[in-house]
Design a protein around this ligand. Structure first.
Ligand SMILES: NC(=O)c1ccc[n+]([C@@H]2O[C@H](COP(=O)([O-])OP(=O)(O)OC[C@H]3O[C@@H](n4cnc5c(N)ncnc54)[C@H](OP(=O)(O)O)[C@@H]3O)[C@@H](O)[C@H]2O)c1
Length: 279
């Protein structure tokens, strides 16, 4: 079986490539920038930009399965071409944001819904992974600490269930390699619902130092991220954080069901990535 992994520069895509390769499967690494990939020996790279359908035919040539990032612009054409090239299964990296109230109006959820619908209408069997917030999002706090010395939080009491990117990759490996798991949608979460304040405490414990943070207004936060985050996704995040402020999220057992082990804790991720926070 040959698996095409899109988004190979991404954290989930690169972890999945290593898993597939280590376990002896034939894997092809696709990326918008294949020249910048650092791949395990023998894994071929191919250019595949999900915004550019002209790059699809070479990437999809003679593949059996695809791990796909959720880019809506040409998702239907991608799935059609995957089927025509012999592909029998697409595993989509979607988002649990599609499950929330008002998802269709959310700038974060709506593109993921569009891709899920495009794949559902295609002839290729699709399995949907819907993770919540990645634990690796905390690396944005490391950047903020380097830049301004503090972490600005408009909703410090907002809950999420951070998931380790390795658990998402292992879940993807499971559905790619076990036919009985195909065709479902899985809501992937970490094992605990934690406030941002609790997540920072876990990072402090791992890094062995205080990580300064402060409660800022929603307006001040939006202004501070405006150089790199557009207004619509910033508003969607603010709405999501407001809705989960003081409201624990529901964790699922789907990581354990797919991988056979409990989801890794945020404290584990913090320990593995402590060097980013040691200052
Ligand atoms: N961060 C979260 O909390 C979260 C939560 C739920 C779902 N997600 C999903 O996970 C994706 C990646 O999350 P991340 O922020 O952590 O990125 P990341 O792992 O840093 O991955 C970035 C790379 O993944 C590929 N990629 C990411 N999004 C893509 C898209 N929409 N279309 C095509 N390629 C894409 C690109 O790879 P190449 O340049 O190699 O092609 C990009 O360089 C998001 O786009 C989202 O759909 C994220």
């Amino acid at each position: 079986m040959t698996v095409l992994v899109t988004g190979s520069r991404g954290r989930v895509g690169s972890a999945l490539i290593s898993l597939l390769h280590d376990r002896g499967l034939d894997v092809r690494a696709a990326s918008a920038a294949p020249g910048s990939l650092s791949l395990p020996g023998g894994v071929p790279a191919v250019r595949c930009d999900l915004h550019d359908p002209a790059t699809f035919p070479d990437a999809l040539d003679d593949i059996d399965a695809v791990f796909l990032y959720a880019e809506p612009s040409h998702a239907g054409a991608f799935a059609q071409q995957a089927g025509a090239a012999g592909g029998r299964h697409i595993v989509l990296l979607s988002s649990s944001s599609v499950l929330g109230p008002g998802a269709r109006e959310s700038a974060i959820a709506a593109p993921h819904i569009a891709v899920e619908q495009a794949l559902a209408a295609s002839p290729v069997e699709t399995t949907v992974l819907r993770p919540g917030a990645f634990a690796a999002n905390a690396l944005q706090w490391a950047g903020a600490l380097r830049h301004s010395g503090t972490i600005d939080l408009p909703h410090p009491g907002s809950y999420s269930d951070p998931i380790h990117e390795q658990d998402i990759a292992e879940a993807a490996y499971a559905v790619l390699t076990e036919p009985a798991l195909r065709g479902e949608a899985y809501h992937l979460t970490g094992p605990q619902s934690l406030t941002f304040t609790e997540q920072i405490a876990a990072l402090e414990s791992a890094a062995g130092r205080i990580l300064p943070s402060r409660h800022v207004t929603r307006e001040a936060w939006k202004e501070s991220v405006s150089p790199y985050l557009a207004a619509a996704p910033a508003d969607a995040l603010l709405r999501y954080w407001a809705a989960s402020d003081g409201v624990p999220t529901t964790v699922t057992g789907h990581v354990e069901r797919l991988t056979g082990h409990p989801a890794r804790t945020f404290a584990t991720w913090a320990t593995e990535n402590a060097s980013a926070f040691t200052g």
